[in-house]
Design a binder for this molecule. Structure first.
Ligand SMILES: *Cc1c(COP(=O)(O)O)cnc(C)c1O
Length: 401
């Protein structure tokens, strides 16, 4: 497996002849082929978690493939609707829905919500009443296992997402006449790369979830398993098999006795279609560390600083020089601005560009572009040999006041 295809390498080369600042490139041919595979099954209804990449052209590809849309803010909702997508295909998750946001979503036609607290349930009911409509609601559950027992869930730390089973017991569903409680939502871990492990985690959730729905008097018609499907960030990492996942999901669906399984995919849907390219500024040897200073760093790609997991990096130019370990640093005046240690050709120099792969998800919008007032990254689409600029590079005057 390689992280950089010939057409993308060519496109990055062409763009780098004309631009001297960092940019993202999205390979829509690769994205569309991948999405076609994901929707070629009937076991799971797929939603796109818009936060992974809200670029309009990406959203349009997901729309064409038949995905529905999971949005977590008014901004994401409006971006999805602006692409001509019907609000019936939109679902709202997120821990900070206030009554005003809920009212806006209902006014815009959204009828499906994941409730993360008892207050949210109450506000959803109140706003539905005011708008004279019924809403479909899933309750978001956060499972924990008793201390001392081996915790089967990767994401076992306490978060504000949803409520525990004990906390949900306080809900009396007959108090909320405007709401149809159709199911449960659970999602507590990210970037999982082992389908057996995922299947194991999902199956361990069935008993507590069916117990909770029966305690609450909810007919468990829908189970939403969120996202969390991983992509490899190193060449030797495992990749998930979609066929194996679908097989596992078929069993989960049967064992949980639900009519519908839902998933909201972010990373797994779009992560592999994106690349980020940046000029090299200089190289220096410092206390025997080979340091490479780049034009762009965590101002455009924050994820390595947040997760300590780097995006794979390649030299754009072909080189036959032997590889050596180099440490990559961005332009920010903080030690956090490091894009990792990589094996790169020893003749790398200040005329070069580096290309980072797997940047289609949690790239452009999960960054900190304003710090130190460098340029905003441009965004390009590549489709059937054509390069289209979706966003120009902008310098700081674009946003400074
Ligand atoms: C972020 C998010 C997702 C997508 O997660 P991935 O791991 O990128 O697939 C799905 N559901 C919810 C509620 C989320 O917040």
């Amino acid at each position: 497996m390689s992280f950089l295809s010939a057409p993308i390498k060519q496109a990055v080369s062409d763009i780098s002849q004309q631009l001297d600042t960092p940019f993202f490139v999205y390979d829509l041919d690769k994205l569309n082929a991948h999405l076609t595979r994901l929707v070629a099954q009937t076991e799971v209804k797929l939603w796109y978690a818009v936060k992974a990449n809200p670029l309009s052209q990406i959203i349009k590809s997901l729309d064409k493939a038949g995905f529905n849309f999971d949005v977590a803010s008014k901004g994401e909702l409006e971006q999805v609707l602006a692409q001509g997508i019907n609000s019936e295909r939109v679902l709202n998750t997120g821990p900070a829905k206030n009554p005003k946001q809920i009212a806006h979503f209902i006014a815009r036609g959204v009828r499906t919500f994941v409730a993360e607290s008892i207050n949210q349930v109450r506000w959803l009911n109140e706003q539905a009443n005011l708008h004279n409509c019924q809403l479909q609601v899933l309750l978001r559950v956060q499972l924990r296992w008793p201390d001392g027992e081996k915790n089967p869930l990767g994401g076992d730390s306490l978060t504000p997402f949803g409520l525990g089973c004990d906390e949900w017991q306080a809900l009396n569903i007959s108090d909320y006449q405007q709401l149809n409680f159709d199911g449960l939502h659970i999602f507590q871990w990210g970037n999982m790369l082992n389908s057996n492990r995922l299947a194991e985690l999902w199956s361990q959730m069935i008993a507590p979830l069916t117990q909770l729905s029966s305690d609450l008097g909810i007919h468990l018609r829908i189970l939403d398993l969120g996202g969390g499907l991983g992509i490899p960030y190193t060449l030797d990492a495992a990749t998930l098999s979609w066929d194996a996942l679908i097989k596992a999901l078929t069993h989960i669906k049967r064992d949980a006795g639900v009519k519908e399984l839902w998933m909201e995919l972010g990373r797994y849907a779009v992560g592999e279609c994106g690349h980020y390219a940046t000029p090299v500024v200089e190289r220096k040897l410092n206390y025997s560390q080979q340091q490479v200073i780049l034009s762009g760093g965590i101002n455009h790609l924050l994820r390595p600083a947040v997760t300590s997991q780097d995006f794979p990096a390649r030299l754009l130019r072909d080189s036959t020089a032997p590889n050596q370990v180099m440490s990559l640093y961005g332009p920010l005046c903080t030690a956090l601005d490091c894009l990792g240690e990589h094996q790169l050709p020893s003749d790398l120099n200040q005329q070069d560009w580096l290309v980072f792969s797997q940047c289609g998800a949690y790239g452009f919008t999960e960054s900190m572009p304003y710090f130190l007032c460098h340029e905003l990254a441009a965004e390009y689409i590549v489709q059937q040999g054509q390069i289209e600029c979706a966003r120009r590079a902008e310098d700081a005057s674009y946003y400074l006041r």
